[in-house]
Write a protein that binds this ligand. Sequence first.
Ligand code: NZQ
Ligand code: ZN
Length: 387
Amino acid sequence: MINFKSYNPTRIIFGRDTYKKVGEEVQNYGKKVLMVYGGKSLKANGTYDEVVKSLEAAGIEFCELEGVKPNPRLSLVYEGIQLAREQKVDLILAVGGGSVIDTAKAVAAGMCYDGDVWDFYSTEKQPKLVMPVGVVLTIPAAGSESSDGSVITKEEGLLKRSCCTDLFFPKFAILDPQLCFTLPPHQISAGGCDILAHVMERYFVPDDHHDFSDRLCEAAMISLIENLPKVLENKKDYDAWAEIMWIGNIAHNGLLGRGKRDDWGSHDIEHQLSAHYDIAHGAGLAIIFPAWMKYVWKEKPEMMEQYALRVWHVSPEGKTQEEVVLEGIQKTEDFYHSIGLATRLSGVGIDDRDFAVMAKKAVMSGPLGNFKKLYAEDVKKIYEISL
Ligand code: NZQ
Ligand code: ZN
């Protein structure tokens, strides 16, 4: 196990009807908030009304930044910064998923910075001050509700980039599994795939001696694989949603990566896909992750073998290590198919025309990953495998 520091200050408020008390939580940070949210879902399912009711009951004034799109855009972040400054808000309240939360974080950083907030996403520059962010989570997926990251897309040049800083941990995150009941099946599956990927990025690592951490990761993966089909079958299965929401949070709050070097190659490779083709991040990962595994497994075959044996219960009898590993990867793909996700670019209508340019963009800040260092030519090969 390598040396590590562990820090995650986000207060998690979990369970039935917790979002109806968001106003009380906000009171700890001031009297005026900017509420950030996405498209139609919030008003259609009644979440908007409940949040507003709770803010009003707590005497909180609010203004609104609506219209955050999946793969959130920088132009809306600029609008949010202007609004938050004009209104002199005390807290940015994100009500939604990763795209909404990441927009809220970017606004929170931009509000306290005289330059262009994109500096934090495109250079080494780090925010020195960030307004407090609170979250009501409506989709378990990105894990941004208690992560240190924010991922924003700059429309000009189709650049999807992230910024990570301890200042981006939200002050609080409210996780009410009931809010997931209205999620469309594709979002459920894409979100689940993102959660699985957050665990796998921390599981396939170059270091040794992290048994406890491996077992935590395996528990998260096995439980997720068991519970996702349940909510696809019955959208109102509270107990299964509770498991998924909690796993989604733990998968990306840092815990599972302690004492080892995470990979994140697949994420950076996927981000180019969602920047260029505007597909859901999790759907992109269902395509990229198996291709990445096929490309890198020989770097540390015993790790991929352990994954096949412990997570997918592949029987090793009469099989070579390579056969066990490849069966584990096949089972991963089979699972994605079973929840309605494509595992090939051709399955989502993407061809090879942008491979070279996406590969170049993926390594813009240097080679990717730790399990195997990936350069532009490696990334291009992974796109080719995923075709
Ligand atoms: O816009 P509305 O109408 O609200 O619909 C949203 C959106 O279309 C819908 N939705 C959310 N909650 C719903 C709902 N529909 C019905 N009922 C509900 N309760 O879901 C759609 C997707 O929302 P989005 O916020 O984009 O999903 P997700 O949470 O998957 O976030 C994806 C973004 O997060 C980034 C991704 O790259 C992507 O841009 N990530 C952020 C990370 C971080 N900050 O730590 C880490 C991740 O690896 C990821 O990169
Ligand atoms: Zn992700």
